[in-house]
Design a protein around this ligand. Structure first.
Ligand SMILES: [Mg+2]
Length: 240
């Protein structure tokens, strides 16, 4: 049996293991329906526009900070922008509807489950390294039914800062007890996953199904690029 270069796989969750964009669109729609039943004058197009606007503003205000992922803060801001003041119940109901929808419809990309299983069977340890609250990461892992395949998990909330900041990678390193040269990170987001991993000093594989270009101003290159998740097996030396 040949020796494997990598003993640890760090994996992103959203848009790497599952399609999150359509999922979040559905979650936005369901949270709108909650609001709409009490405030029928609010149009969906306006609601969605404000949702995206607040999300962008939070990202710009809290750069690389997990707070920017907090949907209760987002809905609170959104209601204020709609001129709806202090409706605590509505914020909570929308927040619950949003995450409930995500966890009901969440589904792995084709081939991901089998690939993770093969990686796990090879003895490589799998660590989820994901931006957001620990609570919502745990819910996603359980809803995806991959808890048995994940050896360790790290949420950016645990260290406040999101990828590409080094703290989340540092915590993952500590939890796994791995050496940097034994690790490969896989993720879809060039700025978060690829720049994050390379800056931290670990190898990385860019999951790039849409064949995006490397940002022109970037001097960072991924060690590997794949367009379908099962191609990861070849990267790891588990398939010729
Ligand atoms: Mg991602």
């Amino acid at each position: 049996m040949k020796t494997l270069k990598y003993k640890h796989l760090f994996t992103d969750l959203d848009e790497t293991l599952f399609n999150s964009k359509s999922l979040y669109n559905e979650a936005i729609r369901v949270s709108y329906e909650k609001l709409h039943s009490f405030y029928p004058k609010v149009k969906y197009t306006k609601f969605k526009e404000l949702f995206l606007e607040v999300r962008k503003d939070l990202k710009e205000t809290y750069v690389h900070n997990t707070i920017s992922h907090n949907r209760a803060i987002l809905f609170e801001n959104l209601l204020e922008r709609l001129g709806i003041k202090s409706n605590e119940e509505m914020i909570l109901e929308m927040h619950e509807a949003y995450w409930f929808t995500v966890n009901v419809y969440i589904q792995l990309f084709p081939g991901v489950l089998e690939t993770l299983q093969k990686i796990r069977d090879s003895g490589i340890k799998i660590t989820a390294v994901s931006d957001g609250s620990l609570h919502s990461r745990l819910e996603k892992i359980i809803s995806l039914k991959i808890a048995d395949l994940i050896d360790f998990f790290v949420a950016s909330e645990e260290v406040i800062y999101t990828k590409p900041e080094p703290q989340i990678f540092e915590l993952a390193l500590n939890k796994t007890g791995a050496q940097k040269n034994e690790i490969i990170m896989i993720g879809d987001n060039f700025d978060a996953d690829i720049v994050g991993a390379k800056s931290f000093g670990i190898d990385c594989c860019w999951f790039n199904p849409k064949k995006k270009e490397i940002p022109k101003d970037s001097d960072i290159k991924p060690d590997f690029t794949i367009v379908r998740f099962p191609q990861l097996l070849k990267v790891l030396g588990l398939k010729d």
